[in-house]
Design a protein around this ligand. Structure first.
Ligand code: ZN
Length: 64
């Protein structure tokens, strides 16, 4: 039996085009991250969550 990986899982390194092994694809699908052994490019499946939480906290002290 062979489970098919998700289509989101790339089988090639987007940086150098190195073909990932099946085991590396499994690791990538599980960990959502994999370091290419050829170029050491860090392949990340999920885009980084941009949680912009800007809280302006300005305090102005006036000294007379
Ligand atoms: Zn690579």
């Amino acid at each position: 039996m062979q489970d098919q990986l998700s289509e989101n899982t790339p089988n090639l390194c987007p940086h150098c085009g190195n073909e990932l092994t099946l085991w590396e694809q499994v690791l990538l699908s599980v960990d959502r991250m994999l370091v290419c052994r050829n170029c050491w490019y860090r392949i990340i499946l999920d885009p980084p969550e941009a949680s912009a939480n800007q809280s302006e906290n300005n305090k102005e002290d006036k000294e007379g």
